[in-house]
Every structure is written in structure tokens, then in C-alpha cells.
Design a protein around this ligand. Structure first.
Ligand SMILES: CC1=C(/C=C/C(C)=C/C=C/C(C)=C/C=O)C(C)(C)CCC1
Ligand SMILES: [Fe+2]
Length: 385
């Protein structure tokens, strides 16, 4: 993604001088991060089982198609992993190395999955659950202002439960309740060993259920309605709707959409900071988000096209079967994607300082400049990322 205009780029391997702070979740951004994913989960949980009862044939045929569509729609959310300034090294050589390592990890994961299907699939599924759960924990920090950088031991324990609950539900439940479609896909992915994957998923349902109970209880005590509803809606989605449409809705309209919103918000803040010297806060304006979306579309186009071509190539190698190919691609992309997102989040957290509402104190020049900047606003309510 294009980076800031006037702000100094971070040195290789170091967090930026002024970490962008996610602005308060309000307006369109709140709708995209909270209302749309929750409404989509509720709608799919209600409508898809009804459709499956009324028109079983077309509903069953739609599952694999929806999954492939969701993977394609979700590909861009990882397309700018290496363009985050908190992660990108300064020198072109180091950037090329990082890009090669990213693609090398995808290729290594594909080869490893072929060489040892069952153990490698198990590792990839655990990684996927961790990635999903951590992403929703970051969104929780954004929504509530309880930034990960400023948590005490109690908050950290609840965060761990949140990661297990919100990451475990979308991976363990559809696999534990595997229907014919999922069994067939698992048999392709795990070279006939679908049974052990389903058994393993069933075994983790108890810890995931306990984590859900903890998260809901804590959210109720804190009067955090969204925090209590999130795991219940995800559980409802994956228990009521068939696994493939449920996962498609989750991946396209929950995980990818939330990540995309976060990328746009971060980029908009970096641009705002670039213009103001790093001291402006307050909700993002629609115009700022529109510009960030345009920059994102430009930056994500080529990597997304590359991922789509890889999908076509994998499908051709798999004899034209695009559904397992899409799953192999998305699972193997998760290896570098989860790593890149985790490293970027860590850099963003480290750039945050508790006393400064999540950001390092800007220089005197920056402060003087920002006091004249037209977009300077009130103090932020939410912090960190
Ligand atoms: C294997 C398999 C599944 C799980 C796929 C997963 C878990 C994908 C994770 C993707 C990630 C983490 C993308 C990165 O953002 C389903 C669809 C449940 C059922 C069919 C077989
Ligand atoms: Fe992701």
C-alpha cells in the first residue's frame, strides 16, 4: 500500500517513530467492522438452513461455489501484507528478500502439505485459528479502547480466551460437523485421512466452548453487548448453517472485511499524520477513507492478480477441481500472511506508549505544525491496534 506523504519512513526492522493509532470506530467504519459482519453471520445462520430445507439441490450445489467466491473476494486482504511501513525494510534489496521469503513460505507450505498431508494440515489449521482469533482480538481492542499494549494480567487471560473462542469457532466447528462436502475436501487435502481431522476438531470443541463461556461472561459483566454477541453469533452461524456457506460468509464478510477496514484506517491515519506531523486524532472522514480505498485498490491489484493466477495454476494441476485448490492456496498463504500481520501488529503495539494514548509524543515542530492543521481534532477514545 502507498505509504505516508510527509512522514519519515521507519528504519528496517524498527517500528516507525510515530505509530499510527486507529481512530475511534464510528460511522461507516463501525458499520463495516461491527454491523456488517454480525448481520451477515445472523442472516446466513437464519437463511441458509431455510434454503437448504426448501431447495436442497441448489443449496447443496451453492456451498462449494460460495467457498471459492469467498476465497477470491478475501484474497486482497492479504495482498498488501508486505507494503505496511511498519514491516517494510528501507532498502530495495531487503524488500526483495522479504518478498522472496513470503513467496518461498507459500511454496514450502504447498510442498510440505503434499509430502506429509495430515500433520501439515493440522499445523495449518491451528495457525489459521490463531490468525482468526488474534485478528478479532485486535478488533476488540479497537472497538473498546482496551489496547493490547496496555493490558494487565487479567486482560491478557481474557484476551487468550478470546483468541481461542473467536479463532476456534470458525475452524473447529465446521470441521467437527463435517458434511459430505467437507469430508470430500478433507480427504483430498489430507490424502484420505479426513477421519483424524474431524476427530481432532471434535476434541477441541470442549476448550473452545469453555473459552466462549469465559468471553461471553466477561463481556456481559463489562456490559459489552457486541463482545458478548460475537462468539454467540459465530457459534450460531457454524452450528446452524452448513459448513461451506458458513465458512464462506465468515471469511468474506467477517475476517477479510474487518482486516480490510483496519488496513484502510491505518493507511488513512498515516496519510493524515504525514500531512500534520503525527498529532491529529479523531474519527476518519469519508473522504480520507475513500482516498485510502483508492490507494489500496492500486496497491493490491498486482498481488491479487498473482494470487488468482496461482489459484488457476493449482486448479489445473488438480485436474480442474478449483475448490480444493482454493483451500490449499488460502491455507498455504496463511503461513506468511499470519506472520506478516502478527509482526506488523507487534510493531504497531511497540510504537504505542501508554501515557501518550498509544502513540509516541510527536516532535515540537510536528506539534506546532499540527496545531495549525485543519484536520486536528479532539483526543482519541480508542488506542493502538
Ligand atoms: C480445510 C477446510 C476448511 C478450513 C479452511 C481454513 C481454516 C482456511 C483458513 C484460511 C485463512 C486463515 C486465511 C487467512 O486469512 C473448511 C472451509 C472449514 C472446511 C473444508 C476444509
Ligand atoms: Fe487474514
Amino acid at each position: 500500500m502507498a505509504t505516508t506523504t510527509g512522514r519519515a519512513r521507519p528504519r528496517a526492522g524498527r517500528p516507525p517513530l510515530v505509530a499510527p493509532v486507529l481512530p475511534p470506530l464510528s460511522g461507516a467504519l463501525r458499520a463495516v467492522v461491527v454491523a456488517v459482519p454480525l448481520a451477515a453471520a445472523a442472516l446466513v445462520a437464519a437463511v441458509v438452513p431455510a434454503a437448504a430445507a426448501l431447495v436442497p439441490g441448489p443449496a447443496a450445489a451453492a456451498g462449494p461455489l460460495l467457498l471459492v467466491a469467498a476465497v477470491v473476494v478475501g484474497l486482497p486482504h492479504g495482498a498488501v501484507d508486505l507494503l505496511q511501513p511498519e514491516l517494510t525494510p528501507r532498502s530495495a534489496r531487503a524488500r526483495a528478500l522479504l518478498g522472496t521469503a513470503y513467496l518461498g513460505l507459500v511454496a514450502a507450505a504447498v510442498l510440505a502439505l503434499r509430502a506429509a498431508p495430515l500433520p501439515v494440515l493440522a499445523v495449518l489449521l491451528v495457525l489459521a485459528a490463531a490468525h482468526f482469533g488474534l485478528a478479532d482480538d485486535v478488533v476488540h481492542g479497537w472497538r473498546t479502547g482496551r489496547a493490547p499494549a496496555h493490558r494487565g494480567a487479567g486482560d491478557r487471560a481474557v484476551a487468550a480466551a478470546r483468541v481461542v473462542a473467536l479463532g476456534g469457532l470458525p475452524v473447529a466447528v465446521p470441521l467437527a460437523l463435517a458434511d459430505g462436502d467437507v469430508r470430500r475436501l478433507l480427504a483430498v487435502l489430507a490424502d484420505g485421512a479426513d477421519g483424524p481431522v474431524v476427530d481432532g476438531a471434535r476434541a477441541v470443541l470442549v476448550p473452545v466452548g469453555v473459552a466462549v463461556a469465559v468471553v461471553v461472561a466477561v463481556a456481559v459483566r463489562r456490559r459489552d453487548v457486541v463482545g458478548a454477541v460475537e462468539p454467540l453469533l459465530l457459534a450460531g452461524l457454524f452450528v446452524l448453517a452448513p459448513p461451506l456457506p458458513a465458512f464462506a460468509a465468515y471469511f468474506g464478510l467477517w475476517h477479510s472485511l474487518r482486516h480490510l477496514a483496519r488496513l484502510l484506517a491505518l493507511d488513512a491515519v498515516r496519510h493524515r499524520d504525514g500531512a500534520s506531523g503525527g498529532a491529529t486524532t479523531g474519527p476518519l472522514r469519508r473522504e480520507e477513507l475513500r482516498c485510502a480505498a483508492a490507494r489500496f485498490a492500486r496497491a493490491a491489484a498486482l498481488p491479487t492478480a498473482l494470487a488468482l493466477s496461482t489459484l488457476v495454476a493449482l486448479a489445473l494441476v488438480a485436474g480442474g477441481d478449483v475448490v480444493p485448490a482454493a483451500l490449499v492456496l488460502v491455507l498455504c498463504l496463511t503461513v506468511p500472511h499470519a506472520g506478516a500481520v502478527a509482526l506488523t501488529d507487534r510493531a504497531l503495539r511497540r510504537g504505542a506508549t501508554p501515557g501518550g494514548q498509544g502513540r509516541a509524543r510527536p516532535s515540537r515542530t510536528a506539534r506546532r505544525r499540527s496545531s495549525r492543521a485543519p484536520i486536528s481534532r479532539s483526543a482519541p477514545r480508542s488506542v493502538g491496534s
